[in-house]
Design a protein around this ligand. Structure first.
Ligand SMILES: [Zn+2]
Length: 502
């Protein structure tokens, strides 16, 4: 049995890292307050389905103790065996249509066959079609007494607000590295694997906050090294490049030695190393440098300035995303390094005149690409101006990004934005930024709004001849940022951990 299943928690108290969820649920259960619809939102591998099953047990348990299912009654045992008829788990990703929901609605009116409640767990519920959501909504509006819905999703923003508002919502958090590492050490003990603390930390870091990913990595490494797991073994098995190499790369770049940096990458590629992971390691090292630079106030501690670090993180993130689909795996990294070299020399020469301005050619906006229909009651110019005004005091960098785009259409809750440059578009689409922009649109328009971003000219290169313009624009954008903006971007990268600049 895979570790994640083997160690799936059976009680609320066994769930790691989601105390804010389990404590509330246990209290409600103790007081007999059971809701008819729950929304469990959070990243994959954070325990949504596990908690849903425990909740299904608890509401059906005949001897609930302190809000916990007993684990011994017939309902508890049937759920553990997976033979409990009143727990229905539906994968909404593959049953997403109106007919699937209708079939479920017909079932809903039957009494539970053995339990007190019939519990429907809808996994990946955001995948349902609009019609299916409407059908589901009708049930949520008048739920039969004996029914409980648990909607699980990694993308709660894709759910209609009408559905969300009918549910009691719980947000599942990603695990932090320390508690995930501890969890990995605990499971290793149970599995009689001797694991070094540094090895567990590295696995935790690679797992990115997901318990499930953490355990599957542990399993993967155990295949090669069943009794003892060292940090070196983790690096070896996962094909990770060691931190030394990423530090070397940064030293070379700080010295302006792009040529040797390229050789280093070439060497790694020849050894068949995982370059995607290498890029991740470099980004993590940069993150450390950024943190050092900001907390010490010394910009040069790592050899790179804050501006350079931020630029390089951006370049490597994009390169990292392209490596696995690239014809030559090392090419995206090589391009990133060359671009970084150019960025550094551009900074040094401070060639403001040679970089293009940020102003968008307003007349041509919206001419290309698929036609977008606009609600005639909406004055696009006025709405856009107001949204820009509202965003500005909140977040200067998002405001600057929006200047690279344009509102080209609005219809029934969707605002269509068009950008000249991928860089701007992708940054605006990042969840945190997108939510801010959508919130401001909602305030201006007076109803929930989602934004749909696209590139002008159907996503091709900007309609100008200079092939380096794209990056020129990005350079220009960074150059126009003040220190405050840099700190904000830095804080975003560090997850808001930096308290002060000096
Ligand atoms: Zn029980």
């Amino acid at each position: 049995m895979v570790l994640y299943r083997k160690y799936r928690p059976q009680k609320f108290s066994e769930v790691v890292g989601q105390d804010h969820v389990t404590a509330t649920l246990r209290n409600a259960l103790k007081n007999g307050q059971v809701a008819h619809a729950y929304l469990f939102a959070g990243a994959r591998g954070t325990g949504k389905t596990s908690v849903a099953r425990i909740l299904a047990r608890a509401v059906n348990c005949t001897s609930l103790k302190n809000g916990e299912p007993c684990g011994r009654c017939s309902s508890c045992r049937a759920i553990a065996r997976g033979t409990f008829l009143d727990l229905v788990e539906i994968d909404a990703a593959s049953n997403r249509g109106i007919d699937d929901v209708r079939a479920m609605r017909e079932q809903v009116h039957f009494q539970p066959s053995s339990g007190k409640y019939k519990v429907y767990v809808l996994d990946e519920v955001h995948m349902l079609t609009k019609e299916a959501f409407n059908a589901l909504l009708k049930t949520l509006e008048e739920p039969p007494e004996h029914i409980i819905f648990i909607l699980c999703t990694t993308e709660p923003h894709r759910l209609p607000l009408t559905v969300v508002s009918r549910c009691q919502r719980f947000n599942f958090k990603l695990a932090d590295e320390t508690s995930l590492a501890k969890y990995i050490v605990d499971i290793s003990k149970k599995e009689e694997i001797e694991i070094h603390k540094t090895a567990a930390s590295l696995i935790a870091r690679q797992a990115g906050g997901s318990f499930r990913d953490g355990l599957s990595l542990l399993e993967q490494i155990r295949e090669f090294s069943p009794k003892m797991i060292s940090r070196e073994k983790v690096i070896e098995v996962l094909g990770l490049s060691s931190e030394i190499e990423s530090r070397n790369l940064l030293c070379l770049l700080a010295d302006g030695n792009v040529k040797e940096a390229l050789e280093l990458v070439e060497n790694l590629a020849r050894q068949g190393r995982d370059l995607h992971n290498f890029a991740q390691m470099v980004i993590l090292a940069l993150r450390e440098s950024l943190r050092e630079a900001l907390s010490s106030g010394k910009q040069k501690k790592s050899g790179l300035s804050v501006k350079e670090i931020i630029e390089l993180i951006g370049l490597l993130q994009r390169a990292g995303a392209e490596i696995r689909s690239a014809a030559v795996p090392q090419l995206p990294l090589e391009v990133a390094l060359v671009k970084f070299g150019q960025f550094v020399s551009a900074l040094a020469e401070n060639r403001e005149a040679s970089t293009p301005s940020l102003e968008v050619d307003e007349k041509s906006a919206g001419e290309n690409g698929a036609e977008i229909i606009t609600d005639p009651d909406v004055d696009l110019e006025a709405v856009w101006a107001e949204v820009m005004e509202k965003v500005k005091p909140y977040n200067h960098s998002v405001h600057a990004l929006l200047k690279g785009g344009h509102l080209v259409g609005y219809q029934s809750g969707t605002a269509y934005l068009e950008f000249y440059y991928k860089f701007h578009k992708e940054r605006v689409e990042e969840e945190r930024n997108r939510l801010l922009v959508e919130k401001m649109f909602a305030e201006v328009i007076g109803r929930p709004v989602v934004i749909a971003c696209r590139l002008k000219s159907g996503g091709r290169v900007p309609p100008k001849k200079d092939k380096d313009l794209d990056d020129g624009k990005a350079l220009e954008f960074k150059d126009t940022l003040g220190d405050d903006d840099l700190v904000k971007i830095a804080q975003e990268i560090l997850g808001g951990e930096v308290k002060e600049m000096e």
